[in-house]
Design a protein around this ligand. Structure first.
Ligand SMILES: Nc1ncnc2c1ncn2[C@@H]1O[C@H](COP(=O)(O)OP(=O)(O)OP(=O)(O)O)[C@@H](O)[C@H]1O
Ligand SMILES: [Mg+2]
Length: 254
């Protein structure tokens, strides 16, 4: 089996459930034994850690500011200093690690952070099975090409006509940037039973997540969403999705 982690980018319109899905997917990979997972919060308004129930004290962005402006300890070059600091930005938790990207540089580009991230990543001792990247709403990260080329792009959407338009825009930009169409999948979220999702033509969503009162309840009680009960409706479906992704990964490798 390949040692390369399988990278999944979670994209979509604001409030569709990207962070909810990211955290539940990470939990599910761990539940089915696919660990460790690297969780990457690429939303400048970092909140994936809350969904996962852990604390983050520093982002890659704030670390970068500091590591490139302050005096570095004597006897150390800046490169090594950045590497050392990178290790401190990664939060280790049970079954997963998390890194928050923070704000992009003045130019609005993550390039530096991304280069650094991939360089530091290769130096990490832990061999991640999956990397799950939660992004900010919209298509900025895709149009700027800052996320690179993932193994899978999941577009989260409401099961309605407006959601569909966003799906096609994201899909278009991603394919223009060279992502193979078969790596792009749709996840409908907040689906209420008894209602048919809008006709999506020849597209088949990889998963349809139910609207789940347990997610709402967790939100109201300020409980991390990934801590909802094992048998909550949405958790069951996301676990099935994790299994599906695992078999797609195996298929891609063989
Ligand atoms: N399946 C679901 N059932 C019920 N509520 C849900 C479900 N999925 C998400 N929500 C709720 O929808 C809201 C938005 O979810 P979330 O923060 O995951 O979206 P997001 O796409 O990450 O938002 P943003 O674009 O702001 O980053 C939250 O209040 C969340 O609790
Ligand atoms: Mg979010």
């Amino acid at each position: 089996m390949s040692a390369h982690p399988f990278t999944i980018v979670i994209s979509g319109k604001g409030g569709t459930g990207k962070t909810t899905l990211s955290s539940l997917l990470i939990r599910s990979f761990i539940d089915i034994g696919e660990k460790p997972v690297l969780a990457v919060d690429a939303d400048p308004n970092a909140n994936l850690h809350e969904a996962l129930g852990i604390k983050v004290s520093e982002t890659l962005g704030s670390m970068r500011e500091e590591a490139f402006t302050r005096k570095i300890p004597p006897g150390m070059n800046r490169h090594n200093y950045v590497r050392l600091r990178f290790r401190q930005v990664i939060v280790e938790a049970e079954g997963f690690d998390l890194v928050a990207m923070g704000r992009p540089e003045g130019s609005g580009c993550y390039c530096f952070a991304n280069d650094l991230l991939s360089e530091c990543m290769t130096k990490l001792e832990r061999e991640y099975r999956f990397i799950v990247i939660d992004t900010e709403a919209g298509m900025e990260h895709i149009s700027r090409g800052t996320i690179g080329k993932p193994d899978m792009l999941l577009i989260v959407s409401d099961p309605g006509a407006r959601g569909l338009r966003t799906i096609s825009r994201i899909r278009e930009i991603a394919t223009q940037l060279g992502l193979e169409p078969e790596k792009i999948h749709i996840v409908f979220n907040k689906f209420k039973t008894g209602r048919a999702p809008v006709d999506i033509g020849n597209e088949t969503p990889i998963a349809i997540l139910p609207h789940d009162p347990d997610v709402e309840a967790a939100d109201l009680a300020a409980i991390p969403v990934s801590h909802i009960p094992w048998n909550s409706p949405v958790r069951i479906v996301v676990r099935e999705l994790a299994e599906k992704i695992r078999s797609l990964k195996e298929y891609q490798i063989s």
